[in-house]
Every structure is written in structure tokens, then in C-alpha cells.
Design a protein around this ligand. Structure first.
Ligand code: 3PG
Length: 212
């Protein structure tokens, strides 16, 4: 199913910053998720870039956290199946091949396929994907690009990710066609490695407050 429910869009809007998380060690999964939730970020994208990513998603799903936990860096149809088995509630792709689009359509959950150009965005929209990841956001034209396409493509909304930071997040979030931004800056690897969960909560809270 490709339609994103209004409740899901509202949850992402309220979250504003979707943490893009790379988990290197499974024992980091729950403390990190809880630290982010405590800071107000309750939509979590766990990237499939590490061996324990799927297990981390499954652990978060089984823990029944008060969060919407999805899988990112979905690049192959087999990733879609694996993420579904791990009970990911949504999927995010950096770009979208034909094979991936087919697999995403069969997935029973919210999907945010990646687009970086007007033509890619239109193709996805025509196949039913009305909310897309804009990636790599800064390198592909940033907020000015999304602002320019808001009028001609009023029925497509975006979650920009890639180079989004405290310096430019507001530029994106002020646009009518942006529902939330994704970013790894609120999950710095050094804080995760050091288990500084309180600092991650504070950083998340401060980042969200700054963009309120
Ligand atoms: C992603 O996977 O969406 C990006 O790599 C995250 O980008 P960032 O690290 O620049 O926030």
C-alpha cells in the first residue's frame, strides 16, 4: 500500500526531525530509541547499513515503544522483505528503481521512496507515492529546489534528508511541501558509542525546540 494515512503524516509533522539512526551494536538499540523518544522524537528511521540493523528494528518493535519505527537505506527488493519481517512500520529509500517500486507497492505499511529530480518525483507520484524522501537534499538543490517545485507539483510532499542540519532545517520545515526533515545530527556516533543517552535526549529536545 503506498498511501500514507493522514495520521502518519501528522505524526511526522509533529516529530519534525526524524532521526536517521545507524546502530553498530544491538545493545545500543533500545537505550538510543528511548533517549530519542524522551527528547520528543518518536519517529525513528533505522538505516540498514549495519549487520544488526534488522535485529535492532525487531527489538524496538517487540518492545512496543511509543514510537513509529521504520527502516531506511532500503535499496533492494530483498530489503523490503527483510524490513517487513523485522516489523518495520515504514520504509525509506534513497532512490527508487523499478524493481524497488514494485516491491514497495506490495509492502503493507507507509513508504517514502527517494527522489532527487522533478522527473523522479513525478514518476513516483504517478505510481501512487505522494510523499517522498528528497535525497540527497542539500546536494540536490536544498530548500530552494523544493520551494521552486511546490507550485508545479502541489500534490507531492517531501521528507528531505542528506545534509540537513540545525543551520538549514528551518528553511525546509517552513515550506508547504515538507512534512518533516530527516537527519543524523541528533544521533552523533560519539555520543552513542559513549552511551551518553541523556545528552542525546537533550540534543534532540534542543533541536526540536529550536525549530518549534
Ligand atoms: C540518509 O540516510 O538519509 C542520510 O545519509 C542522512 O543524511 P545526514 O547524515 O546528512 O543527516
Amino acid at each position: 500500500m503506498t498511501t500514507i494515512s493522514p495520521a502518519t503524516i501528522e505524526r511526522m509533522r509533529t516529530c519534525r526531525i526524524i532521526p536517521v539512526i545507524t546502530i553498530k551494536s544491538l545493545n545500543q538499540a533500545l537505550p538510543l530509541a528511548n533517549a530519542l523518544i524522551a527528547g520528543g522524537a518518536d519517529v525513528l528511521e533505522v538505516t540498514l547499513r549495519t549487520d544488526c540493523a534488522l535485529e535492532a528494528i525487531k527489538q524496538m518493535a517487540d518492545a512496543k515503544l511509543d514510537a513509529f519505527v521504520g527502516a531506511g537505506t532500503i535499496t533492494r527488493p530483498s530489503d523490503v522483505d527483510a524490513a517487513a519481517k523485522a516489523d518495520a512500520e515504514f520504509l525509506v529509500t534513497p532512490g527508487t528503481t523499478e524493481e524497488l517500486r514494485t516491491a514497495l507497492k506490495a509492502y503493507d505499511g507507509a513508504v517514502f521512496p527517494g527522489a532527487a529530480t522533478v522527473s523522479e518525483a513525478l514518476k513516483l507520484r504517478d505510481e501512487g507515492f505522494a510523499v517522498q524522501k528528497f535525497f540527497p537534499a542539500e546536494a540536490a538543490g536544498g530548500a530552494p529546489f523544493l520551494k521552486s517545485i511546490a507550485a508545479p507539483l502541489p500534490d507531492i510532499r517531501f521528507m528531505p534528508t542528506g545534509g540537513v542540519s540545525p543551520k538549514n532545517a528551518r528553511d525546509y520545515l517552513s515550506l508547504p511541501n515538507v512534512i518533516a526533515v530527516g537527519g543524523s545530527w541528533i544521533v552523533p556516533n560519539d555520543l552513542i558509542e559513549a552511551g551518553k543517552w541523556d545528552e542525546i535526549t537533550a540534543l534532540t529536545q534542543a533541536s526540536r525546540d529550536a525549530l518549534a
